[in-house]
Structure formats: C-alpha cells, structure tokens
Design a protein around this ligand. Structure first.
Ligand code: KIV
Length: 263
C-alpha cells in the first residue's frame, strides 16, 4: 500500500483490507475475525430474497438482518447499507442512518454516492456518522442489472470518478467502495485519496477487496456470475451431494438409524 497513513476508524492498515458482505448470524460466526470488515449489504435483496434489483429492499429488512448479524460479530469492523430511497435528502438520511446504526450497532454506514449526494455525506459525517461512499457502478440506480456497464473506460470517466472520490473524502467519508471500474481508474483514485479504497470488480489497485459471501462459496445457484467473482469453494456441489445422500438414506430406510432416535 503506497500511503501507509491510510486509516479506518483509527486503525492503520499496513496490509490489504479484506471484507465480505453477509446476511445471517451463522455466517457471521464463521466470518468474524477472519476478515477486517463485515458488510450487511443490500445485495440481500437479490441474493437472498430473489428480487430483480435492490430497489425493493427496505429499511426494516436491513434493520432485521443487520441486528441478527452484528450481534454475532466480536472482532471485525461492521458496516451496513442504507437501502434505496432512504437517503433522498440530508435530513431523511440522518434520521434513517441514526435509526439503522442505533438498532443494529453497526460501526459504519455505506451509501451509493453521486455528485448530488455529497451534501448527504457531509451532513452525516458532521453528525459523527462513519460514512463509506460507494462509487463507480451503483446498483441502486439499476432496475435491470444486465444494463450495468463498467465505469472508468476513458480519461474523462476516470477524472469524473477521481473527482467524486476526492469530494467524498473532503465531505468526510471514512472510506470509499469502488464497484466495477477499470484497473486504471482504481489506480488513479487509490493513489489520490488518503482514505482506504475497497474494491469489488475494481482490480487489485485498491487498498482492499470485498465480495459477497454467497458468491465466494458459489451459493448463487443457477445465476451467471460477474467476471470479478472467484469461486473459493463449490458449496453448491457439496450441498447437492448432501441433499441427495439424505434423500437416498430416507428412501433406503437408513435414516434415522437408532443413533438418531429417542429411546
Ligand atoms: O450490497 C452489497 O453486497 C454491496 C457489495 C459492494 C458488496 O454493496
């Protein structure tokens, strides 16, 4: 990491930051302490609830999942997404952010940002809320994810993204999350700002990386994965085998054996 003074909530990161988006308490127990930051992401709308996009995710869904996850986190930093339409202006954003943070006890809040939303970053930061600014591809803007295009493909786009990142830092953001941008754009942004950059589909030119847990274990069954997703475990295959074995043992009257019965 070039800038050794990159800090996040008073922690100096001298190595790359690892982060995962998760939604459930059982997964929280597995992941806690094994990654630096745990995000309760609004991707739960598409990943867990089968929605077409994240626009129908509500504040109460984020509150419920956030609370269930975060009460099982002891070691990692915690971050939670503000869902679509819950931060349309600075007063609404502050009210909802305070509610979400108070209820879930998350340490940071993530918002999808464009130039018009900078005043919200500023207002929340002034009110002592730790804001992570999500830039590049911002999924809440899309009804149809197949329309998503990579950002930062030419110098003009890189400059726009870099200026936005700088303005987020000036407005008080504690970190930026860069989604689906080119290697060149990520390099420019990461070397310009002094807050940490965490990337998803944004190359290794970031201070850290985030993935959705379900993607990492290949649980998004049947769906075509984006290019940036690396399958670290084929859980889908393991699960299918376990389910087949269960059904077979039931059919063959092997399960439940005496060991699994009350006497
Ligand atoms: O909601 C989410 O999971 C995200 C990703 C960037 C990890 O925002």
């Amino acid at each position: 990491m070039k800038k050794k003074y990159k800090l996040l909530l008073n922690t100096k990161f001298t190595k790359k930051i690892s982060s995962l988006a998760i939604y459930s308490p059982a997964v929280a127990e597995i992941v806690d302490g094994n990654v630096d930051i745990i995000l309760v992401g609004d991707s739960l709308g598409t990943t867990l609830y089968g929605m077409r996009n994240t626009q129908s995710v509500s504040l109460s869904m984020m509150k419920a999942h956030g609370k269930a996850v975060i009460k099982n986190i002891k070691k990692s930093f915690t971050m939670i997404d503000m869902p679509y339409n819950t931060y349309k202006n600075k007063n609404q954003a502050l009210r909802n952010a305070q509610d979400l943070l108070r209820y879930t006890k998350a340490k940071m809040i993530k918002l999808e940002i464009n130039e018009k939303k900078l005043e919200i970053v500023k207002h929340l930061s002034k009110n002592n809320i730790n804001v992570v600014a999500h830039l590049g591809v911002t999924p809440q803007d899309y009804k149809d994810f197949s329309k998503i295009k990579i950002k930062g493909k030419n110098q003009n786009e890189i400059n726009i993204l870099k200026n936005l990142a700088v303005n987020c830092e000036i407005s008080g953001a504690k970190a930026i999350l860069l989604e689906c941008i080119t290697e060149k754009a990520a390099k420019k942004i990461t070397s310009t700002v002094s807050i940490p950059s965490i990337g998803i589909g944004a190359s290794k030119n970031c201070d850290g990386q985030i993935l959705v847990f379900d993607d990492l274990i290949n649980l998004k069954i049947g769906k075509k994965k984006p290019k940036f997703v690396k399958k670290f475990l084929d859980f889908e295959k393991l699960l299918k085998n376990a389910v087949k074995k269960f059904s077979q043992e039931v059919r063959e009257k092997k399960f439940p054996s005496k060991k699994y019965s009350y006497h």
